[in-house]
Design a protein around this ligand. Structure first.
Ligand code: BEZ
Length: 214
């Protein structure tokens, strides 16, 4: 399978998980989704990442995002490891971990990069929208844990674009001004969409207060 690209449909699959068999598209339903892979169970960086993800349960729920992890370890290994994560990270893992022992999903999502490792999945992450389109792909090396605050920040940006026709500037943080998308040119539509007004720094850089903030 060639690498998945932004805008591609996230491949559907059926696979076993720590919470039983999952049909991916059906499991996603109308939610946004985050699918992320990690190299292996019982490894240190992965333990912290899955603990962090569990602690962000309310943040993902508030954004209508379902989260699912994956490695090529079997279900019984996942279940034992979840006990370790809960104890050491002081949380309760509240999302499924796909048990991709037959590498079905790893092949569909190109998660094994043979020049990095022939056996373990890389640290990839996909954000998937409710139409099942891939909206973000990132791949980190095994030794670098991902920044889950950044994942939430990107989801916020994607949802602002999707629902409010704005883009987010470099280093944007929640609450900062945002950018009216260049495709929006009709002054009447702009006036209706952005009642707080906007500031044109140039004809193409138009800043407006974040629309979903009071
Ligand atoms: C890990 O925790 O997954 C890991 C840590 C160092 C190197 C490779 C993997």
């Amino acid at each position: 399978m060639a690498s998945l690209r932004l805008g591609d449909t996230a491949p559907d699959f059926e696979q076993d998980s720590s919470e039983g068999p999952i049909r991916f598209h059906q499991w996603l339903g109308d939610s946004w989704g985050v699918l992320f892979s990690h190299p292996a169970d019982f490894t240190p960086v992965c333990t912290t990442e899955l603990g962090l993800t569990a602690k962000l349960k309310d943040e993902f729920a508030r954004r209508n995002v379902k989260v699912i992890a994956l490695s090529v370890d079997p279900v019984d290994s996942h279940r034992k490891w979840i006990g370790d994560i809960n104890t050491t990270q002081n949380t309760v893992v509240n999302f499924p971990i796909l048990a991709d022992a037959d590498r079905k999903v790893s092949e569909l999502y190109d998660l094994i990069h043979p020049n990095a490792s022939t056996t373990a999945t890389v640290r990839s992450l996909f954000v998937i929208d409710p139409q099942k389109k891939i909206r973000l792909t990132i791949t980190y090396p095994a030794s670098t844990g991902r920044n889950f605050d950044e994942i939430l920040r990107v989801i916020d940006s994607l949802q602002l674009t999707e629902y409010h026709s704005v883009a987010t500037p470099g280093n944007w943080k929640d609450g900062d001004d945002v950018v009216i998308v260049p495709s929006l040119q009709d002054p009447e539509v702009i006036r209706q969409k952005f009642p707080k007004g906007y500031r044109a720094v140039t004809s193409y850089l138009r800043l407006t207060p974040q629309p979903n903030k009071a």
